[in-house]
Design a protein around this ligand. Structure first.
Ligand code: WTA
Length: 664
């Protein structure tokens, strides 16, 4: 929520870091003049601008003749009669060029083993896997659910789907069996690609067992095939006729597979994300626009060069791992690091040690990771960035949540040694790629600000009626014109797509991001102040409050009613705070602690461990108005530990506020 103090700190943040002359000179988009020229080109001829970029950055099997079709807005179509293949654009196009034998992926396993794969080798792996999918009867248009650890094989599975025109839906390995089942049903998937186990922080954690459990919950009859990557030697349950190991599936398959050309609007993937209502939504992305933007933002935002070693730490289960692990770096011909493990194993210096080991030059991570590593580094010199040689770094990036100026400064000084620009990239699952971000060789940096929209991205801040607000006043972030990598629809629910993102009150064509924002009075720089809907951002992971509430009330033997709000947290950005009314009265002391644990475990089972409430508060009721509406504003104050100064005279039951004061 945009609070007055957040806006104030924008206005008082006056540290500015200009890019060095050498950086500006060497950069692809050079200086603010370079940036302004591109913006002017987009403003003068919007479609011509995008058509030029799409011709220069995508290999088309059949060229498009129409750039943008707005006739059925907001169901926009880009490059519709063009044909391409995403995997071709990431792999085949490098064959016969100097990239053919270049390392595409440096994979570092949880335990430290390193494997390198060239573009040519990766093409062979992807083709072979694509043939395995085909031999199981999987074809263009089928949906394949991918539930994999952070491994090369996860990327191979995604690319193989793209190669045959199958639409993938990756589910993060931390989601529960129930969450998996819901996504399989919603997507109507025909196959699951998974692993027997995943390795995280030295621990072997089951994945296939969760798939089995999810499928056993019912409604998943569409699944005919489960392919199981043998990540560890440990055996797992296999169902005859349905399940096959990777070894079995790949045996005898050719390492050549002709890419299936698809129309530009063909759904490349569906990725589920949380919204403000209970059910997660399947965000559908189109092949042409997504590939264009993934490739182009690698060049623009990261100013990628041939000798860069790029590392995006995001999991392939999130949009960042789609755009900046599975597609962008490959489409741009980069060498990238893929890391299986966690930043704190075997110690909290792992990221810095890996940067040194692999001579990483562009490092892209989330503020939560930075904040947690600051804590460790400041208490143990051995895991401080100073203990590693980070001289290979030239650009740093941040993504997923607002980065507070303190964390920004620490990152800038200790990791970047005051010579690496930080690109604070604002974007969303729905936007498909970066929207508002500094450019390393152009934009003067202001800590905590994502600065200016990329050329062609018509971002603005408006009031409820869609009117622009002046710089310095907060409002709602919108994007006024469509862009190629935008969400096409919510899978199977076009009405929800329209209602969630293109509010009629604003004319029905502005894309509503769901974030509050404010532009600085002097430079017009954007600063994101947080979600304005019922979506929380916990450690950069999106969670819907309604989703967690539904999970809690599904515990019908215990819970009568529940309300969930966010509160600020120094480490995770926001923390989940649940207010719970039990069927059996208000517990206290050890009993309350035990029930709180039971509820947390329940939520982990219903959604996944990332959705566990940090605080649980019990009351005999929730604060409600006389008409029965839950007063979330009061709950947010309680969650923050503020004393209630608001007027509570409209409250039906003011006495319960004191009960809800105790967190378990
Ligand atoms: C938040 C992640 C401030 C924002 C790519 C958005 C950010 C939500 C930033 C999308 C940033 C992402 N500064 N806030 N640089 N990047 N956000 O869909 O609230 O997982 O709406 O996509 O994260 O989260 P999602």
């Amino acid at each position: 929520m945009s609070t007055p103090s957040a806006i104030e700190s924008v206005l008082v943040e006056n540290r500015v870091f200009e890019p060095s002359e050498a950086t500006v000179k060497a950069a692809r988009i050079s200086g603010m003049d370079g940036y302004n020229a591109l913006c002017a080109e987009a403003a003068a001829d919007f479609e011509g601008f995008w058509a030029r970029l799409a011709r220069e950055n995508v290999v088309w099997n059949k060229p498009f003749t129409k750039t943008l079709d707005e006739s059925n807005a907001p169901f926009y179509k880009w490059f519709e009669d063009g044909e391409l293949n995403a995997s071709y654009n990431c792999l085949d196009k490098h064959m016969g060029t100097p990239n053919e034998n270049k390392t595409a992926v440096i994979f570092e396993a949880d335990g430290g083993e390193v494997t390198k794969t060239t573009y040519k080798e990766l093409l062979a792996k992807v083709s072979q896997f694509a043939n395995a999918l085909k031999s199981r009867g999987i074809n263009k248009g089928d949906r394949v659910l991918i539930y994999m650890p952070m491994t090369l094989e996860g990327v191979v599975a995604m690319q193989a789907c793209a190669r045959i025109g199958a639409t993938h839906s990756v589910v993060f390995g931390g989601f529960s069996a129930k969450a998996l089942q819901e996504r399989i049903i919603d997507a109507g998937a025909v196959a699951v690609v998974t692993a027997n186990f995943q390795m995280r922080g030295g621990k072997e954690l089951p994945l296939k067992a969760i798939v089995d459990e999810g499928l056993s919950l019912g409604g998943c009859e569409s699944i005919k095939t489960v392919l199981v990557f043998e990540r560890t030697p440990t055996a797992c349950n296999m169902v005859a006729g349905r399940d096959m190991t990777f070894t079995e599936a790949l045996a005898g398959q050719s390492t050549e597979c002709a890419p299936v050309m698809v129309g530009a609007e063909h759904p490349l993937f569906i990725l589920f994300t949380s919204g403000s209502t209970g059910k997660p939504k399947g965000v559908q992305h189109a092949t042409g626009g997504f590939v264009l933007w993934a490739k182009l933002t690698m060049d623009w935002t990261f100013d990628l060069r041939a000798d860069d070693v790029f590392w995006c730490t995001a999991d392939i289960g999130w949009i960042t791992g789609h755009a900046y692990v599975a597609y962008g770096p490959l489409a741009a011909g980069a060498t990238q690091i893929i890391f299986e493990g966690v930043p704190t194993y075997p110690n909290a210096g792992r990221f810095w040690q890996m940067i040194e080991r692999h001579k990483c030059s562009i490092f892209y991570t989330a503020p939560t990771a930075i904040r947690s590593l600051i804590k460790s580094a400041e208490s143990d010199a051995k895991v401080h960035p100073d203990a590693s040689d980070l001289s290979s770094l030239r650009i740093l990036g941040s993504v997923g949540e607002p980065i507070n100026p303190e964390a920004w400064m620490w990152y800038y000084k200790n990791v970047g040694k005051e010579k690496c620009p930080i690109v604070d990239t604002f974007w969303q699952t729905e936007t498909g790629g970066h929207m508002i971000t500094p450019l390393p060789g152009a934009t003067p940096l202001v800590p905590g600000s994502c600065t200016l929209p990329l050329p062609g991205i018509m971002a603005a801040i408006v009031d409820e009626a869609g009117h622009d607000v002046p710089n310095g006043s907060g409002g709602m972030l919108v994007i006024k014109r469509p862009w190629p990598s935008m969400i096409r629809t919510i899978w199977g629910d076009p009405e929800r797509f329209k209602a969630s993102y293109f509010p009629a009150e604003m004319g029905g064509t502005y894309y509503l991001a769901g974030d509050g924002a404010v532009r600085s009075a002097d430079r017009g720089y954007f600063r994101i102040t947080g979600r304005i809907d019922d979506v929380l951002n916990v450690s950069g992971h999106r969670m819907g409050t309604m989703e967690i509430e539904s999970a809690l009330v599904a515990k019908t033997d215990l819970v009568a009613e529940a309300a969930v709000v966010g509160r600020p947290d120094d480490l995770t950005g926001e923390a989940i705070c649940a207010f719970v009314v039990l069927k059996r009265g208000v517990p206290t002391g050890d009993e309350a602690k035990a029930i709180a644990k039971q509820l947390r475990d329940w939520v982990a089972k219903e959604i996944g461990p990332i959705a566990k409430p940090k605080d649980i508060r019990f009351g005999e009721n929730l604060p409600k108005t006389r008409s029965g509406k839950i007063m979330r504003r009061l709950l947010r104050s309680l969650a923050k530990g503020e004393s209630i100064t608001q007027d509570t005279s409209t409250l039906e039951n003011p006495a319960i506020l004191s009960q809800l004061g105790q967190a378990y």
